[in-house]
Design a protein around this ligand. Structure first.
Ligand SMILES: [Mg+2]
Ligand SMILES: [Zn+2]
Length: 208
């Protein structure tokens, strides 16, 4: 079967959310209130990031060093191999940052096409959102519109994720593998969902 997988990055491929990791380390306490407003959809990802970066007390080297400590799901490699053998396509859609995806993928020698916001530095960090969708206005990386563009002629669109930025694309998928907030959300909305802890659970479910 011709399948395409769209994957969230933070907390899905990685064991922890790299955005939370960074703000926890470098943004003092003020970020929580900003994040709450983002979760309530009062502000966009772009606004949220711009406000949060103003609180940052770190440079690119500090950030890279911290991101180098991030670990991924132990079975992610197996999942990629499984998809390769099956001829399924895999894309990462992250409303986090290219710097995080890049650093982690280099560390683990992973090559998967990804779409993320850009984290730039010049007298402080700032966000650039090349995959913004003006019609959406909320996401930095509008996952739903990217899915529409990337799915091609795939017979089945499968989404894998865990958080708030995954709710919109989950509604557009044929099947969702989810944990945490996203799992509860899918149950609530009646979206076809399978709970997972690690990518091994997903491989097993797909083989079954
Ligand atoms: Mg996530
Ligand atoms: Zn969007």
């Amino acid at each position: 079967m011709n399948r395409v997988f769209f994957l969230d990055f933070d907390g899905t491929v990685t064991k922890i959310d790299t955005c939370f990791l960074m703000v926890n380390a470098f943004a003092g306490d003020g970020w929580r209130e900003i994040n709450d407003r983002w979760e309530k959809k009062e502000i966009s990802t772009e606004e949220c990031a711009s406000l949060t970066f103003q609180l940052f007390s770190a440079g690119p080297e500090d950030v890279k060093k911290l991101l180098d400590t991030v670990e991924i799901d132990e079975y992610f490699d197996d999942f990629l191999e499984f998809c390769r053998v099956q001829g399924d396509e895999v894309y990462i859609l992250s409303d986090g940052y290219d710097l995080a995806v890049d650093t982690v993928f280099k560390k683990y020698n992973i090559r998967v096409p990804y779409y993320a916001n850009r984290m730039l530095y010049k007298d402080g960090f700032r966000i650039d959102c090349p995959y913004l969708n003006p019609e959406c206005g909320r996401c930095g990386v509008c996952k739903s519109s990217l899915m529409n563009k990337l799915k091609g002629g795939a017979e089945r669109v499968i989404y894998i994720g865990d958080g708030h930025s995954d709710t919109c694309p989950a509604l557009k998928a044929d099947l969702v593998y989810a944990k945490g907030f996203l799992y509860r959300y899918c149950l609530e909305k009646g979206i076809p969902v399978v709970c997972f802890e690690t990518f091994q659970d997903i491989i097993k479910h797909l083989e079954y």
